[in-house]
Design a protein around this ligand. Sequence first.
Ligand SMILES: [Fe+2]
Length: 224
Amino acid sequence: MRPPFLFVEWAPMKPLVPSRRTLIVAAGASLLPLRSVRAAGLVATPAQTEGPFYPTSFPADMDNDLVQVRGQAAQAMGTVLHLEGRVLDLNGHPVEGALVEIWQCDAQGLYDHPRQPGRDRRDSAFQGYGRLLVKADGSYSFRTLRPVAYPGRTPHIHFKVATASGGLLTSQFYIAGEPGNERDGVFRGAVRDPRQRDRIEMKLAPAAGLEAGALATTMDIVVG
Ligand SMILES: [Fe+2]
């Protein structure tokens, strides 16, 4: 029969004064998980203007699939973009309970907004706005459109993140390498610190294995 509490047989043999190695391990144990330590010191996503087209009323369907409006057979015009990532704090920890909203114009450059000239011509199959609560690991995903340019602006997707602790970040994503970016005043203002480019420039790639003809990108949102 196995003797109970076997560990007490050797425990008294351990020195009472902890070794240097024990101290280092103990100190490490009180720190953040390893992944977070590696990610510490992340650059925050820069805040940018909300712009004039944040919805004044929300669509009946405001889920995370903006390409398909519930109850409609048609799919929105344009190139589908799978936008996903995580909401993280500056230490790389997932921000639990964060609400992420996105909004953007349709494939013709028209917002669903009273201030939008030609609003009646907009693609009613495009939801234009969506929101979700991040999962426990901070992750979010939207099925939306590759943004297009409209007069005065390079292509962009607006987003807002509201944290459970009352934090709010309003910003915009752009397409990496889009020639119009460097002429866009909002974009230029957001990348005065060049480290912030990675936070707002979407690198688009085919959505391999996800959806034929669609694009995909991963954008972590880092809230300060
Ligand atoms: Fe906009």
